[in-house]
Design a protein around this ligand. Structure first.
Ligand SMILES: CC(C)(COP(=O)(O)OP(=O)(O)OC[C@H]1O[C@@H](n2cnc3c(N)ncnc32)[C@H](O)[C@@H]1OP(=O)(O)O)[C@@H](O)C(=O)NCCC(=O)NCCS
Length: 109
């Protein structure tokens, strides 16, 4: 007996986002967010790596991020280091992190 199956794939759905901007002389990444159900599947990594590559192409020597303190471990994977104390942004605890752009290979070494 043969059967026919109809399957719908939502392949064009955005699941993660992030931005890179230059504020004066400072390159900043931010607004990194991955849909809850897509987290811990290396999707955020794709976003950050893409933004770091873009920053390198555009001549950035270092890139900064205001990281939520619960996400510092994520950014450390890319070689970001914390500096300074914590501060509140939108009532959420953050800390500044910076990465020298030359060591793009440092992810998962
Ligand atoms: C933080 C966030 C962007 C991570 O995205 P993600 O797609 O889950 O991350 P990935 O799966 O690409 O993780 C890459 C690596 O970072 C690790 N990682 C992910 N989130 C982490 C966290 N919060 N703390 C420590 N490590 C983390 C993963 O385990 C993985 O490591 P591994 O490859 O050695 O296993 C996502 O959890 C999110 O959108 N959170 C809510 C919004 C937010 O906090 N944004 C950051 C604001 S500064």
């Amino acid at each position: 007996m043969r059967s026919h199956h109809a399957v719908v794939y939502a392949i064009a759905r955005p699941v993660a986002t992030g931005r890179l901007l230059k504020d004066g002389k400072t390159w900043l990444i931010g607004r990194i967010a991955v849909l809850k159900e897509c987290r811990r599947k290396q999707v955020g990594k794709l976003v950050v790596e893409n933004l770091l590559e873009r920053a390198a192409e555009m001549g950035a020597e270092e890139v900064h991020v205001h990281a939520q303190t619960c996400a510092t471990g994520f950014y450390e994977k890319f070689g970001f280091l914390t500096h300074g104390g914590t501060f509140l942004e939108s009532n959420i605890e953050h800390i500044s992190m910076v990465k020298k752009i030359r060591d793009l290979d440092s992810f998962h070494t």
